[in-house]
Write a protein that binds this ligand. Structure first.
Ligand code: F6R
Length: 241
């Protein structure tokens, strides 16, 4: 794994934005795997600015998102689909038909997982951007998810419910289940770019890079991948010697 340590969040966002921009410029028909959450917001701002300044075009880019809460429609402001339109899709020249996010409002979840796997099979991810959970999750692949998993339904762990409750005014309204791409889907990407920011991610970053490669720490699966770039701020990398 290549580790890039940045001073702070704004430097992390700029570095991540530069990496994604240079990927898009070199692969104008490429496929990007995308995360939501607080960490990538600055990177999305960088990409929107780059688009507005004619430095990058999303015209022929395809995106596949990692995950979505089950039970939320795409119009719900807490849904990850809504997040993507607010932070990126609605602000750049991407074709809506080229954006893919799991559908959270489906009744037949297994059918949705199957549909999403087919999308992933048709669109090989060139660059997968990731955040990391405090418990080491990737997407919503919680601890003990098999490394050979594909898109599946997850029951969110207590740690994730606790961490993500900050986005919901009413904690009881927070979904308990989600659909996520699997670890195997993430590992198939040509290049992985993982972003980590803040002291609360330091243990997960340490376990990911220097811990045992095991299913209790989903992010440690990245040790099996040949082309991983980690961009972490000083706080998130503070436990690495
Ligand atoms: C969201 C996702 C999650 C987040 C992780 C970190 O699409 O894939 O794995 O990346 O929970 O979230 P933040 O960035 O909010 O700390």
């Amino acid at each position: 794994m290549q580790l890039i340590v940045t001073k702070n969040y704004s430097e992390l966002s700029r570095k991540a934005g530069e990496i994604v921009c240079s990927f898009i410029c070199g692969n104008p028909n490429g496929v990007l795997g995308l995360p939501t959450g607080s960490t990538p917001i600055g990177m999305y701002k960088y990409l929107v600015d780059a688009y507005k300044n004619n430095k990058v075009s999303f015209e022929n880019i395809t995106t596949v998102n990692l995950d979505e809460y089950l039970g939320l429609s795409k119009y719900n402001k807490h849904s990850y689909n809504y997040f993507m339109w607010e932070n990126l899709f609605g602000k750049v020249n991407i074709a809506p038909k080229n954006t893919h996010v799991p559908r959270g409002s489906v009744i037949f979840c297994q059918r949705e997982c199957h549909r999403y796997n087919k999308i992933l099979d048709r669109n090989k991810i060139n660059l997968q951007v990731l955040g990391i959970g405090e418990n080491g999750h990737l997407g919503f692949n919680e601890p003990n998810t098999p490394f050979d998993s594909r898109t599946h339904v997850v029951s969110l762990s207590q740690s994730t419910l606790q961490a993500n409750s900050r986005f919901f005014e009413n904690k009881n309204a927070m979904p308990r289940y989600a659909i996520t791409m699997g670890i195997a889907d993430i590992l198939k990407a040509e290049t992985v770019l993982l972003l980590a920011c803040g002291k609360n991610k330091a243990q997960a970053v340490k376990d990911m890079i220097t811990g045992n490669c095991c299913e209790q720490v989903p992010a440690s699966a990245l040790q099996l991948h040949k082309n991983v770039i980690v961009v972490a701020d000083e706080d998130a990398s503070s436990l690495l010697s």
